[in-house]
Design a binder for this molecule. Structure first.
Ligand SMILES: Cc1ncc(COP(=O)(O)O)c(C=O)c1O
Length: 371
């Protein structure tokens, strides 16, 4: 089976440390070690393997995000990407008679690409722009789900649109999947990165047949720790999934486990989330001004959460070509909409340094106006 290129990650892997301004980055300005602890405290840490499914304290802190969860429901992974990968592998291996997957699009395209690369038949059901909001097309899902469907996958809060599924939309998806014996696999790595309002709804609340993937890379602004997780409503599933990470990475990194425990410690957690939401709100105001000044050619449904937004442009150039031109002529990296199957759009990450964001958007405008 041929490996499909994960175009969104590829363009970032190649360019993110070369360009002057990176607006393709989908996270929030990272915390520093000193925000969590005095580095001297690390000196005596014994650098052995941690508990391979995640230290007890880390798993307990993760359960605080899901009402009624216990540490037995949680498997710690190396980032949300390992969580998605292992969840899909487990699903396939445990359900050999099901060969179809339904993926909510637009989406961070990892599951889409993994499914295509592993021979699963895949269909999309779409978030659609409707009256200034993104709404899930439930009828689309109903038409495409079958008894062969292994999983229905969600990404909420959503990368790249920044939209958030309502509890009603989630409940409808879980019910439809349940009726067909399928699992709902929900990537909730942006849960906690809301621009306003409380935590976004999770599939955790809405059914037994659910798996949640997440981690500390986005809402918590510590991607370098590589801490992710799978939370399963069924404890037996969490135990089975653990046996799969014996083959992938054995365990999270010791420092990830240790520092991740601190990030999610109630003493730090709320303060970190508040800091991150403040950055998002302040930086979104910059993007909003930019959109307003260019509203003859740019259109965007404002994100409700996440550090990214998707912008449609009325110009006669493909998004991949536009991205290459911005790299070449302006030293700026953006994520092309084509990588999300969204032509004539670009994804802007606004979670990092504000001056860089302003300068990056100024350079993007220069190129758009030349066009
Ligand atoms: C929706 C989504 N899921 C998962 C990941 C991967 O996260 P991690 O860096 O924790 O592996 C990303 C990274 O951009 C993402 O946007």
């Amino acid at each position: 089976m041929r490996l499909e290129e994960f175009s969104l990650e590829r363009i970032q892997s190649v360019w993110e440390h070369i360009v002057e301004i990176n607006l393709a980055e989908s996270g929030i300005e990272p915390l520093r070690l000193g925000n969590l602890m005095d580095t001297c405290e690390l000196r005596d840490v014994r650098l052995g393997y941690p508990q391979t499914n995640g230290g007890l304290e880390l798993r307990r802190n993760i359960t605080s995000l899901f009402t009624g969860a216990t540490e037995e429901h949680v498997l710690v992974t190396n980032g949300g990407s390992e969580a998605n990968n292992v969840a899909l592998w487990w699903l396939r291996h445990e359900n050999p008679d099901r060969d179809h997957i339904l993926v909510e699009l637009p989406n961070y395209m990892q599951i889409w690409g993994l499914a295509g690369s592993s021979g699963l038949r895949r269909d999309a059901f779409w978030l659609r722009e409707d009256g200034g909001q993104w709404r899930l097309d439930i009828e689309d899902l109903k038409e495409k789900v079958t008894k062969k469907t292994l999983a229905v996958t969600l990404c909420t809060p959503n990368n790249p649109t920044g939209s958030v599924l309502s509890a009603e939309e989630i409940r409808a998806v879980v019910e439809i999947a349940e009726d067909h014996g399928a699992v709902v696999l929900s990537d909730e790595v942006y849960r906690g990165a809301e621009l306003r309002g409380g935590m976004s709804p999770s599939v955790w609340e809405h059914g037994e047949n659910v798996l949640i993937t997440g981690g500390l890379s986005k809402a918590y602004a510590v991607p370098g720790l590589r801490v992710g997780w799978i939370v399963a409503r069924n404890e037996e599933w969490a135990r089975q999934l653990w046996a799969y990470t014996d083959y992938t990475s054995i365990s999270p990194s010791l420092l990830g486990d240790l520092l991740g425990t601190l990030v999610l410690d109630p003493v730090h957690r709320d303060r970190i989330l508040e800091r991150n939401r403040r950055i998002l709100r302040e930086n979104w105001a910059v993007v909003e001004d930019w959109l307003e000044s260019n509203d003859d050619i740019l259109h965007c449904i404002p994100p409700r959460a996440s550090a990214v937004c998707i912008v449609r442009y009325d110009l006669d150039i493909g998004s991949e070509s536009l991205a290459q031109r911005l790299i070449r002529e302006r030293n700026v990296l953006i994520a092309p909409g084509d990588h999300f199957l969204l032509p004539h759009r670009i994804r802007i990450g606004y979670g990092h340094n504000r001056e860089q964001l302003e300068e990056g958007l100024r350079r993007v405008t220069e190129t758009l106006r030349e066009l």
